[in-house]
Design a protein around this ligand. Structure first.
Ligand code: IPE
Ligand code: IPE
Ligand code: MG
Length: 245
């Protein structure tokens, strides 16, 4: 299988990943769920390295959904502790690798110290021109779309916007992802086949790839295989392939 990244012309511009299966990975080993999350962070580190090595421009990772607050407090606490460790330990490597980090999601529900770490990461990497690495953290696609609609409705009510001028392009400028191209490839690990409220608007024409591998077992080699599969997909965007047209 592909051990080398596809050439630049067939690389997706933006890969988004639903990193799922940490809990099942731990259960298979008779370990607490938290151990699965620890292993999951190690996989994040490896995939970020592989993405920079492959020359990928945009990578978005679903780290915590707006619905994940429903999990038991001990698990939420363990996850927040891991985010703290990751943001603290990996910042220097991101800076050194030229990675620009962004966080999308609802920051108001996150602990103050984590919010400060996020702001520091974004500030320290703002000038970097390598991989755009985005973490979806306390993120929900429906919430994001509602917030954009609310903002446009407010502008219309205050007379700053003519509702007739609202287009998909204008709408997209009000989303968290306004600085990023739409994902071309959306991967979900662990065998589940659903979006779980991830990038609902942005994934309109994403190629979906569901892999059975649990997230902690998702190696750089498997990531390169996914890029290779993408390179062999035929994308149509509602039109017809060139040969037929
Ligand atoms: C993904 O793994 C990590 C987060 C959602 C934070 P899960 O914790 O959902 O693992 P499973 O789905 O229970 O195996
Ligand atoms: C989606 O996974 C969220 C993240 C990977 C961060 P979940 O495990 O929370 O999704 P459901 O509950 O199985 O749909
Ligand atoms: Mg899950």
């Amino acid at each position: 299988m592909a051990a080398v990244p596809p050439d630049a012309s067939s690389l997706p511009r933006h890969v988004a990943i639903i990193m799922d299966g940490n809990g099942r990975w731990a259960r298979k080993r008779h370990l607490p769920r938290q151990a699965g999350h620890v292993a999951g962070v190690a996989a994040v580190r490896e995939i970020v390295r592989a993405a920079t090595d492959a020359g990928l421009q945009n990578l978005t990772l679903y780290a915590f959904s707006s619905e994940n607050w429903k999990r038991p407090p001990t698990e939420v606490g363990a996850l927040m502790g891991l985010f703290r460790l990751y943001f603290r330990n990996d910042l220097e490597e991101m800076v050194a690798r030229g990675v620009r980090v962004r966080i999308i999601g609802n920051r108001s529900r996150v602990a103050t110290d984590i919010r400060q770490m996020i702001e520091e990461m974004e500030r320290r990497t703002v000038g970097n021109t390598g991989l755009n690495l985005t973490f979806a953290f306390d993120y929900g696609g429906q919430e994001e779309i509602c917030a954009a609609a609310r903002e446009l409705a407010r502008a219309a009510k205050e007379g700053r916007l003519d509702p007739e001028t609202i287009t998909p392009e204008l709408f997209a400028t009000r989303l968290f992802t306004s600085a990023l191209p739409e994902p071309d490839l959306l991967i979900r690990t662990s065998g589940e086949r659903r979006l779980s409220n991830f990038l609902l608007w942005q994934s309109a024409y994403a190629e979906l790839l569901f892999v059975d591998t649990l997230w902690p077992d998702f190696t750089p080699e498997k990531f390169l295989e996914a890029l290779d599969q993408f390179a062999r997909r035929e994308r149509r965007f509602g039109s017809l392939p060139e040969a037929v047209a």
